[in-house]
Design a protein around this ligand. Structure first.
Ligand code: GAL
Length: 924
């Protein structure tokens, strides 16, 4: 048996750990004793191994006709429509008759743990489909398959599909996500593991995962966003050869955004005593929370996989968790030891409560602190420890007041939120903790305090980040139910899987204090089907409440009106766009589709006891640094080829006034929110640009709706939110840039976003007037400025006092490249990243805002350039390319440190006619 020295080894959260041979681990153990004489603070445990198996995989994707091992028959796609308007009415789902051999009956039993009614549990049919197939055989030679390390998204390296009839169009990101692929890996299961429970834990597999071990079909999980566990025990061969084979199948026309592909999150092997804390088997909730005390309720599900009843002692201690690394700090309390009986082959729910004095509460930044605790549950059999299980949690209270909005720990918090899809730009869906952390950091700098996980379960590690970084989360699971949005989307598996998907999603995520509400749907078609749709909503709502009655359950509504039956099933009112009104301003009058006046008041009248907030607002569109003239005189207009859009360059104007057909500029949303102060805040669509859904130019690859572009460079819009969400930060931001040769004398409006209330604008030293924000005005605009090159300066005031200023100026020609890194020291762990920005600058170091110079990157030392990007939604150069044109003066290179190789990485950027630049990154 392996001796482990890492206290994190048994954490419920994924922590990378490696498995070594007995010899190796004994050596490691000995050396750790030398390093840590009393193994201080280190727990040495034989209890459980949670082994990260992200490396050592072989991968193959079919380029021709794939095998016939299909999960289920799929309907023929007859009505493919890549660029359907996002708020179009979903249509009836298509049911298919099973007309060929499919593997579904063998996969369905994987859901049983999450189906409440035992009568509805699935029975595995006899037989072993696929067992004859070569790829699942132990002796199949996969030497010529590609070697890959997880998390792995096979599509992200491209190339992008171009043109109108691409097999994967703009809606799904123009990347080769489609088709069937296989992953194979040997598992190291020691003979001493005989008698143990052996589990495969897959954090995410896109999609229709089916898993074989040693030629036997074990099970699978179709929905690509859920994490799931497979019990390998009956199929494993301890001490012998163990061959894992995983088949994934990713259909086109199955998503409204880029879904990614492959084993795109971590995979784990868990080997433990057959009597243990069940998967996601703890639930910690808190009540009666105050600064002086809090009640903590603990539920632990114990699982007995043996054939005898077991008498088990259970004890849980609570420790303060270190904020940065989650490690255990001081012990602050204990649920005293109890003895329970767990029947053979059964589960048992154990519950206990305690009161903690002077708790350190978890609350959102910046006004509160995200303090965390760890509950360590230990199981003993006849005094011998048999399991240890860690649960990170926070102590906090939440309240949803229909008039005053959201309260955390009794203090009001307005939602200053954004929606985020799961991709990480040029890194695709392959989860990377640092990339996700960077996304959140840039959002927090803007003043964002909340994230809606649109529209699917996120990576588990992302929720660790939101806990640690003090961000509120709405955790969401589905974009559709029975009715479909795209021909092959989730509606196909909804009837069989929705219950298991919801329950497993919630059990995985329920201990995160950052999650304050559950969303079980986004703009689903059932909003349109009156009582029938509401009945389904109620069914899902009730599943959510059965799993957790401490948080509200909701689904986001862009169509359901207050008088319809659908909203009645919601605990809180999550409105998409309806609050501020949809297609209701004159500029939107010619458009067809959903049209509503601002519905906040009507919802409040109908639901006076329920909190109302906007789960999606705005859908403003823009390309960073691209400005198109003339500029609309209004505060919000739908983008079109002649207003705000340039179909040739596939750009949308950065004046931040143009929107999707159903959208509204930030200004229009702010106006509506401020007119209806009972509204608890908003979640903007979207925080970052994401792959896919490139409204309005579907021949592009990524969205235009982000406040931040795909590479992580803030658009101008960032500053209108910062001005509102961080009112105490003195700031002023001018747009557009001031390089307009050829526009001399032409009207070139200047707009300013500032946290001040008044500002004076100067062009080449001459005042263009001092302006004050009127009531419900959120930008200052000088719309009749005639362009002449030179210096634009703004001086902002607050309450008559000088508050902030900004100056921009016409630059000289591009002369040099400048490099900067978000972090100059990174960990040599094979995962950590440095994000390197390249600026194309003039001789004086000023960024040339319209520069498009082609940059070539090179690297020396223990690192790799994994991807480059420039944030242009229309850019179709594949992400791994080391050649990248600047876009609006900027480009990005993402550098990853090699594992276990420390040293200095040197990155060089060159471009024709420009002075080159070099930067060094240290890896430790
Ligand atoms: C909403 C939808 C989002 C996204 C957005 C685009 O209607 O819920 O998923 O499609 O529109 O603007």
């Amino acid at each position: 048996m392996i001796l482990e020295t890492d206290p994190n080894f048994m954490r419920t959260q994924p922590i990378i750990a490696m498995r070594f041979t007995l010899l190796c681990s004994s050596l490691l153990f000995l050396s750790s004793l030398l390093l840590f004489p009393e193994a201080k603070g280190q727990v040495i445990s034989k209890l459980k191994e949670r082994i990260n198996i992200n490396d050592g995989w072989r991968f193959m994707r079919y380029t021709s006709e794939p095998d016939k091992l299909i999960y289920d028959v799929r309907p023929v796609v007859t009505d493919r429509n890549d660029n359907i308007v996002a708020d179009s009415r979903p249509t009836e789902g298509v049911a298919v008759a099973v007309s060929q051999d499919v593997l579904k009956p063998w996969i369905l039993p994987t859901a049983n743990d999450f189906i409440k009614d035992p009568a509805k549990h699935h029975t595995r049919p006899p037989g072993n489909p696929g067992s004859e197939f070569p790829f699942v055989q132990n002796n199949f030679n996969d030497n010529d398959w590609e070697k890959v390390t997880l998390p792995h998204d096979w599509a992200i390296k491209g190339p992008f599909y171009d043109g109108g009839n691409a097999i994967v169009g703009g809606g799904m990101g123009r990347l080769p996500i489609q088709g069937v692929a296989w992953y194979r890996r040997k598992l190291n299961i020691a003979s001493s593991d005989k008698g143990k429970s052996i589990y495969l834990d897959i954090d995410g597999a896109m999609s229709y995962a089916m898993v074989w071990l040693n030629g036997k079909l074990v099970g699978g999980w179709p929905y690509g966003y859920n994490s799931f566990r497979l019990d390998l025990t009956p199929y494993a061969n301890p001490g012998g050869d163990n061959q894992l084979a995983i088949r994934l199948d990713n259909p086109t026309n199955s998503s409204r955004w880029y879904p990614g592909s492959g084993l795109y999150r971590s995979v784990w092997l868990t080997i433990e005593n057959p009597v243990h804390v069940a998967q996601w088997g703890t639930f910690v909730t808190t009540r009666d929370v105050s600064a002086s005390s809090a009640k903590i309720d603990l539920k632990v599900t114990l699982e007995n996989k043996t054939t005898a009843d077991q008498k088990i002692e259970i004890l849980t201690d609570i420790y303060k968790a270190g904020r940065l690394n989650g490690q255990r700090g001081n012990k602050v309390g204990s649920f005293t030891k109890s003895t329970v009986r767990v029947m053979a082959g059964q589960k048992f729910d154990y519950q206990k409560s305690l009161t903690l004095q002077n708790p350190l509460l978890w609350g959102p930044l910046p006004l509160q602190k995200p303090n965390l605790y760890v509950a360590v549950t230990k199981l003993f059999s006849n005094g011998t420890p048999i399991d240890e299980y860690e649960t990170q949690f926070g102590i906090r209270s939440i309240k949803f007041d229909p008039i005053k909005g959201m309260f955390v720990n009794g203090k009001p918090v307005r939602f200053q939120g954004v929606n985020q899809h799961h991709d990480l730009g040029a890194l695709g869906a392959a989860f990377n903790k640092r990339a996700a952390e960077r996304q959140l950091e840039i959002l927090q700098q803007m003043g964002c305090n909340a994230i809606r996980m649109a529209h699917n379960p996120p990576a588990a590690e992302l929720l660790e980040l939101t806990d640690r970084m003090g961000l509120l989360v709405i955790d969401e699971i589905f974009d559709c139910w029975e009715r479909r949005k795209t021909p092959l989307d989730f509606h196909l598996i909804f009837p069989d899987w929705h219950e298991a998907d919801i329950r497993s999603f919630m059990r995985r995520d329920r201990n995160h204090p950052s999650i304050i509400a559950w969303s079980f749907g986004n703009e689903v078609g059932e909003q349109y089907t009156a009582e029938a749709g509401a009945a389904l909503a109620k069914q899902l709502h009730d599943i959510v409440k059965e799993e957790d009655d401490t948080r509200p359950a909701t689904a986001s509504m862009n169509y359901a009106k207050p008088e319809m039956p659908f909203p009645k099933e919601m605990d809180i009112m999550s409105l998409n766009y309806q609050g501020e009104g949809i297609r209701d301003a004159p500029a939107y009058a010619h458009l067809r589709g959903i049209r509503t006046s601002p519905l906040y008041p009507a919802f409040q009248k109908a639901f006076p006891d329920k909190l109302i907030y906007s789960s999606e607002t705005s859908s403003a569109l823009s390309s960073r640094g691209a400005y198109i003239f003339p500029v609309t005189p209004g505060i919000s207009a739908p983008v079109s080829d002649s207003t705000g859009g340039d179909p040739r360059k596939k750009q949308v104007s950065g004046y931040e006034l143009y929107t999707a057909q159903f959208g509204a500029s930030p200004d229009k949303v702010f106006f509506s929110q401020d007119k209806h102060p009972f509204v608890a805040g908003e979640f903007v669509w979207s925080g970052w640009d994401y792959l896919g859904e490139p409204t309005p130019y579907y021949n592009a690859r990524s969205s235009y709706s982000g406040i931040i572009d795909l590479a992580g460079f803030p658009k101008d819009r960032y500053y209108i939110y910062q001005a509102r969400w961080r009112p105490d930060l003195p700031m002023a931001h001018i747009l557009p840039h001031w390089n307009w040769p050829g526009r001399e004398g032409q009207i070139t409006p200047i707009h300013v976003f500032t946290s001040g209330d008044e500002a004076e604008l100067f062009l080449n030293g001459k005042s263009l007037g001092r302006k004050k924000k009127g009531e419900f005005e959120y930008r200052l605009r000088w719309d009749s400025v005639k362009y002449s090159s030179g210096i634009v300066k703004v001086v902002a005031y607050r309450k008559g006092k000088r508050w902030a200023e900004q100056t921009i100026q016409t630059t000289g020609n591009a002369a040099q490249l400048l490099l900067s890194a978000d972090r100059n020291n990174i960990a040599a762990d094979g995962n950590d990243l440095s994000f390197i920005t390249v600026k194309v600058a003039d001789r004086n170091g000023r960024v040339v805002p319209d520069a498009v110079n082609k940059i070539t990157f090179s690297i020396e030392g223990p690192g790799e350039i994994v991807a480059t990007d420039n944030g242009d939604p229309a850019e179709l150069v594949a992400f791994p390319s080391r050649e990248r044109a600047a876009y609006s003066g900027l480009a990005l290179a993402i550098v990853r440190a090699e594992k276990k190789k420390t040293g200095v990485i040197k990155i060089t950027a060159i471009a024709d006619g420009l002075k080159k630049a070099t930067i060094e990154i240290r890896t430790k």
